[in-house]
Design a protein around this ligand. Structure first.
Ligand SMILES: [Zn+2]
Ligand SMILES: [Zn+2]
Length: 367
């Protein structure tokens, strides 16, 4: 069949057109999308073979010149029919003791099973940095990473369907002989599952690994209240498994950047509020920032420097309880720098009126 017809492109189609046609058709006939559908499998093999020839300038020239017809673009057929996969190898030897002696040989020839060779993917570690504000409110972030993902060309199988060819592992006999001392065993060929023919070729994109390194951007929901050094686990976004094995998890270490104003301790927040002498002495209402917006704080008359005021449930969202911590406001008295004579006079006068010795009773008897 004509390779251009297979891809549905004109004979003078450029590489981008060929690529586009391949991608469109591959998406439709991909074995991963059509499990068990032989016709789709065969079409996918044709499409891939046609693409491989037409996307390679040298092979395309040769094809156009009629030098070589890609044999894999011919019609496809499959040779699995009639073959009994459930070969009981122990019955071939008629002696169960051999089973113990040559357990490794027998184990390897025990025949294919769906789960054979499955290998779970490894977990993937990465990190994520969020601002203090984002840690309070929660955020959505994208983490750029490179992970092993199923190969897109072969849907992770590591193989592509081709026209049946004689198996090189057993020269088409379907069986291989293994010598152990004086004993010679015959067992079904693993490479061709005993059929003597190979209907698959190793995928070139992934060299049969079934995996490809892919740069991805993974969307992550960072919950409100997340703490510095917390770990967020995203199931299934680690390295892909091999041969149908499950993917590992993505484990993100969260770094919460410090805030210039707020400090977190458990689920409580701490904020230092500078207060002027007259505000502390006479009492005042002061607007302070919180993560719920500004809040008016009442500073009672006679508040001392270092005194802490507590605002309930204005702290960090708690991932443990679902509630909120408290906000502790530490009042810090800021004394004015007295530059003018008038201010100095007032303070002096203030001292005379309120004379009292603030150290009275502390160490009177030692002086
Ligand atoms: Zn073979
Ligand atoms: Zn592949």
């Amino acid at each position: 069949m004509d390779l251009y017809d297979i891809l549905g492109v004109e004979r003078d189609a450029g590489l981008p057109d060929i690529r586009r046609a391949y991608r469109r058709l591959a998406r439709k006939f991909h074995p991963g999308i059509n499990p068990g559908d032989r016709e789709a499998h065969a079409r996918f093999g044709q499409i891939t073979a046609a693409f491989e020839t037409l996307s390679d300038p040298e092979r395309r020239r040769a094809y156009d010149a009629g030098v070589s017809e890609d044999p894999r673009a011919a019609d496809f057929s499959f040779g699995f029919e009639g073959f009994d996969f459930s070969v009981d190898v122990t019955s071939e030897h008629q002696a169960s003791t051999f089973g113990d002696l040559f357990a490794d040989v027998l184990a390897r020839s025990a025949g294919p099973s769906a789960a054979a060779g499955q290998e779970a993917g490894a977990d993937l570690q990465s990190s994520l940095s969020v601002s203090f504000q984002e840690a309070m409110t929660g955020t959505e972030q994208y983490v750029a990473l490179t992970r092993q993902a199923p190969c897109r060309t072969c849907a992770g199988s590591g193989a592509l369907p081709v026209d049946p060819v004689t198996c090189a592992g057993c020269q088409g006999r379907g069986q291989v002989r293994t010598a152990r001392g004086h004993m010679v065993f015959t067992k079904p060929c693993e490479a061709c599952r005993g059929t003597g023919q190979r209907c698959e070729t190793t995928c070139r994109s992934c060299r049969g690994e079934g995996l490809e390194s892919r740069a991805e951007s993974v969307g992550v929901h960072v919950p409100a209240g997340v703490t510095d050094e917390a770990q967020v686990r995203i199931p299934g976004r680690g390295q892909a498994g091999r041969r149908g094995g499950r993917a590992g998890d993505l484990i993100l270490s969260v770094r919460v950047r410090p805030d210039p104003l707020f400090r977190r301790e458990g689920d409580d927040l701490h904020l230092v509020v500078p207060v002027a002498l007259h505000e502390a002495a006479l009492g005042a209402k002061i607007d302070i920032p919180t993560f719920d917006g500004p809040v008016r704080l009442r500073v009672p008359p006679g508040t001392q420097s270092g005194q802490r005021l507590r605002l309930r449930e204005r702290g960090a969202p708690s991932l443990r309880t679902g509630g909120r911590g408290d906000l502790f406001v530490e009042v810090r008295l800021v004394l004015p720098t007295l530059l003018d004579e008038r201010s100095k006079e007032l303070v002096r006068e203030f001292g005379q009126i309120n004379g009292g010795n603030v150290r009275r009773g502390l160490w009177d008897d030692q002086l």
